[in-house]
Design a protein around this ligand. Structure first.
Ligand SMILES: Cc1ncc(COP(=O)(O)O)c(C=O)c1O
Length: 420
């Protein structure tokens, strides 16, 4: 008879199941045998008890996988890691059973990004950074890593010739990091094509994709050839605006080992309750993403015909310059969009100050709709000339479309646009 607790059985079980079944069941367990809770319990504890001094010594010597101390590992955190691993990595395992996929959880998306870059690059190395990324990622590269001797260089990742050139010009580069779709311009990078160029020109470069905007439900970078996927779990993965967290999934064992070393020694692990909230959010990811995407498409179409809107940036619109790429590498087109008003920044401010239903706040991927102004908020730390070069104009307004009733979102925009 098959042993249902054996890791190989569990792996095979999940690989055969669909996305939502994996999102609901992967990693779950029913707690202790004598207290079999249906929903896995929160191990809200900083440390774990050894049954004897000998057991404690064995745990520290790495001779068994006993829990020691929550910074080093916690059962609640492990459930979340196992679940994202089954979502982000399942297709990769199916394609090549020799590849092992690992996921590690962090206290924030920025902790996850910092660890991914530090895992790959040391003092004297270089990194290539997508020219449009979240403001703090840009600031991390140029204001923090720079001081540690890791030099960053911008590359226009939407342009494959520019990617090829940058990789050729930077033999010391150890990683290329980019977002797709990019925050906040919604430009795309062709993950498979970038990974192919890296393999051909300099296979020592690790391809890291920030998949926060898409989630594994819409796009799976590892299946497309990336080596590492990072997430701000603060966003769609947790989904309800209740937690700050991060996750990294990788096909490279040495990257996983470096990441764990960083978690252990820098202390960037998440708290058990935060990990539990992310795990709960992951269970409903698929149905939330379906609604985020259909609402965003409706909002994008409505805005693109409005006379006071000069441009809408949404990969689902046929006039998006990378619409065909979006169709190829994403399941749907996501819940994020940006737009510019005919009246520029002033009109945008008026809209944000008047609009109902949409909440004026940064962050994204919450069940409710959020609106914000990248140039003065999420990307204020990016120098203006760089912002403008990347397409982040002073008038750009970014919307994270929630899962409210579609008509209520359109009515709210209609009413606000009438007064700008
Ligand atoms: C694309 C992207 N990556 C990373 C982050 C950072 O995540 P966190 O705020 O969880 O540290 C953000 C935050 O907005 C983001 O939008």
């Amino acid at each position: 008879m098959e042993d249902s607790k054996h890791p190989d059985f569990i792996k095979a079980f999940y690989l055969k199941r669909g996305f939502s079944t994996r999102a609901l069941h992967a990693g779950e367990h029913f707690g202790q045998p004598h207290t079999p809770a249906h929903v896995n319990p929160i191990y809200q504890t900083s440390t774990f008890v050894f049954s004897s001094a000998e057991e404690g010594a064995k745990a520290f010597a790495g001779q068994d996988d006993a829990y020691i101390y929550t910074r080093l590992g916690n059962p609640t955190v492990k459930v979340t890691e196992a679940k994202l691993n089954a979502l982000e990595g399942a297709g990769v395992k199916l394609a090549n059973r020799d590849i092992r996929v690992s996921t590690l959880a962090f206290s924030s998306g920025m902790a996850a990004i910092t660890a991914s870059l530090l895992a790959c690059a040391k003092a004297g190395d270089e990194i290539l950074l997508g020219n449009v990324v979240y403001g703090a990622t840009e600031s991390l590269a140029y204001n923090v890593l720079n001081n540690l001797g890791i030099k960053a260089f911008d590359v226009d990742v939407a342009n494959l010739e520019a990617v090829q050139k940058a990789i050729g010009e930077h033999p010391k580069a150890k990683a290329i990091f980019f977002e797709t779709p990019m925050n906040p311009t919604l430009a795309l990078a062709d993950i498979a094509a970038v990974a192919k160029i890296v393999r051909q020109v300099n296979p020592n470069i690790v391809v890291i994709v920030d998949n926060t905007f898409s989630t594994p439900y819409l796009q799976r970078p590892l299946e497309l050839g990336a080596d590492v996927v990072v997430h701000s779990a603060t966003k769609y993965l947790s989904g309800h605006g209740t937690v700050v967290g991060g996750l990294v999934t990788t096909t490279l064992d040495w990257v996983k080992d470096e990441l764990y070393k960083l978690i252990k020694n820098m202390g960037s692990s998440p708290g058990p309750f935060d990990a539990w909230l992310i795990n709960q959010g992951l269970k409903t990811l698929a149905i939330r993403m379906e609604k985020h995407c259909s609402n965003a498409m409706a909002v994008a179409k409505y805005l693109s015909t409005h006379p006071k809107v000069s441009h809408v940036y949404y990969p689902g619109l046929e006039n998006h310059p990378q619409h065909e790429l979006a169709k190829k590498q994403m399941k749907h087109f996501g819940g994020m969009l940006s737009f510019e008003l005919v009246g520029g920044l002033e009109a945008g401010r008026k809209l944000m100050n008047t609009i109902e239903v949409f909440t004026l706040a940064v962050s994204l991927g919450c069940v409710d709709s959020l609106i914000q102004h990248p140039a003065s908020m999420t990307h204020a730390c990016v120098p203006q000339d760089k912002r403008l070069k990347g397409g982040i104009s002073d008038g750009l307004v970014r919307v994270s479309v929630g899962i409210e009733d579609e008509q209520d979102l359109i009515d709210a925009l209609d009413k606000a646009l009438a007064v700008v």
